[in-house]
Design a binder for this molecule. Structure first.
Ligand code: PHE
Ligand code: NA
Length: 453
């Protein structure tokens, strides 16, 4: 294989990449966002579109990102620039890398707030702060937790500091070392949760809601939301997977690792849905109650179940761990870029970015209290960060990545990197050239109302 750049860092362990990339992809997106979006967009039809997007767009784009990262061995900006240059092309393609880094930063700015909810609920669960006997009571606890900016800011700051500390320690000593024990821990907790759900909940209503297909519920907006979420849940178009791919040793199969990561992510999302919706329905709650869904419904349900207190603690610990292994991946691209191209030490880069992140995330946090009225076109700053990244930057980044790989780069460049059997390579190429671009553009146009007009 002709190397075009020497790797500065590589994962040390055989499972380094898989652990880190699964850690990145399995997160709040699966356990918090997927259930509440499914609730808001009406269930089965949304889930169906989401699954199709994962398979038809997410998997090929993830393969492309890993291949670009490994080929160019660097942050998204540097890696893309090198790969484009290798193909004798120039132009503005490294703009894709800039967009990815911006996207990762923007996501992390609201993600630490949600992760802060998780940590604060872990604390509440341990200290007996989640006692209420009605949905209204739980909603009041959630509201009170949000209402005080010092309280909420404390928890999101804690997450920011933990994230930056890990990333600042470096790829092997920080990221890889932390996922090496956090991911097995996550699996154990998840298994406990599932076994518990199987023995205590009724799956029927949840299965019905998740898989009953009602095409009438498919609006352009719902389809765009499902597609955006497919990017979000797989950590695509945000620099995370591309940069982790830059540390992947040359002899690992990109296709196989992608399938493992995408499969784990999908399983966790579906299992989260299966565990959460029966509880919602059994307690007569509204599945469309938005971002607070799991924070209000689950604690209530846990209270009424045997061993509920222990399970509740395990759940919020699991949520915290899942959030942290994702958070570190969102900012790795930026830290790697500052480290490689600007000679900053990892620690300096991480703490510098951390300060900026803290400012933006504090603004996002204020959306839940003092800034509740600071709205633009009906959305808080927090909502804008989520909306702009998932509905706009990520699909656009995915489109750019597909076009770059499909039409701009020299054919051999990624062919070598992917190392696929020829039929599979042809399938990948067809998908990034035609399926992804056409699907993404169509969904955009449809959501804008152009196709319906
Ligand atoms: N995939 C993560 C989740 O599902 C979120 C994420 C997005 C992580 C972008 C990294 C980059 O929670
Ligand atoms: Na995910």
């Amino acid at each position: 294989m002709t190397a075009i750049a020497r790797p500065k860092n590589l994962w040390l362990g055989r499972w380094g990449f898989v652990l880190a990339a699964t850690g990145s992809s399995v997160g709040l997106g699966n356990i918090w966002k997927f259930p509440y979006m499914t609730g808001e967009y009406g269930g089965g039809a949304f889930v169906m579109v989401y699954l199709v997007c994962i398979a038809a767009i997410g998997v090929p784009v993830m393969m492309t990102e890993i291949a670009l990262g490994r080929r160019g061995r660097g942050s998204p900006v540097d890696a893309i620039r090198r790969v484009v240059r290798e193909s004798g092309r120039s132009g503005l393609w490294s703009g894709l890398g800039w967009m990815a880094m911006l996207c990762g930063f923007m996501i992390l700015s609201f993600y630490v707030v949600v992760a802060g909810w998780a940590v604060s609920y872990l604390w509440k669960s341990l200290s007996g702060g989640l006692a209420a006997d009605s949905v209204e009571g739980m909603a009041a606890i959630f509201g009170a937790n949000n209402a005080n900016p010092w309280n909420l800011g404390f928890w999101s700051t804690l997450v920011t500091v933990a994230t930056m500390a890990i990333v600042g320690l470096g790829v092997q000593a920080g990221i890889e070392r932390s996922v090496r024990w956090m991911m097995p821990g996550l699996v154990v907790m998840l298994v406990v949760m599932i076994v518990y759900a199987v023995f205590s909940g009724s799956f029927g209503a949840g299965v019905q809601f998740l898989f009953a297909f009602d095409p009438g519920k498919l609006t352009g907006q719902a389809i765009l939301a499902a597609m955006g979420h497919a990017f979000f849940t797989l950590s695509l178009a945000s620099g995370a997977i591309l940069t982790y791919g830059a540390y992947l040793p040359a002899d690992r199969s990109i296709g196989r690792t992608t399938l493992v990561v995408a499969l784990c992510d999908t399983l966790v999302a579906l299992m989260a849905g299966l565990a959460i919706f029966p509880v919602i329905f059994a307690n007569g709650m509204d599945p469309a109650s938005g971002p607070g869904l799991i924070f209000m419904s689950l604690p209530l349900a846990f209270q009424q179940m045997p061993l509920g207190g222990v399970i509740e603690t395990i759940f919020f610990l699991m949520l915290t761990v899942a959030a942290l292994t994702s958070a570190i991946s969102m900012i790795e691209a930026t830290v790697a870029w500052l480290n490689e191209s600007h000679g900053l030490s990892r620690a300096r880069a991480a703490w510098g970015v951390g300060v900026l992140l803290w400012i933006v995330s504090t603004l996002a946090m204020l959306s839940f209290n003092v800034g509740a009225d600071w709205k633009l076109a009906g959305r808080h700053f927090f909502d804008w960060l989520d909306f702009l990244t998932s509905r706009f930057l990520m699909p656009l980044g995915g489109l750019g990545t597909a076009l770059l790989a499909g039409f701009v780069l020299r054919r051999e460049s990624l062919e070598e990197e992917l190392g696929l059997p020829s039929a599979l390579y042809a399938l990948w190429r067809f998908t990034v050239r035609y399926v992804c671009p056409v699907a993404i553009v169509m969904v955009f146009l449809d959501a804008l109302g152009v196709l319906n007009a």
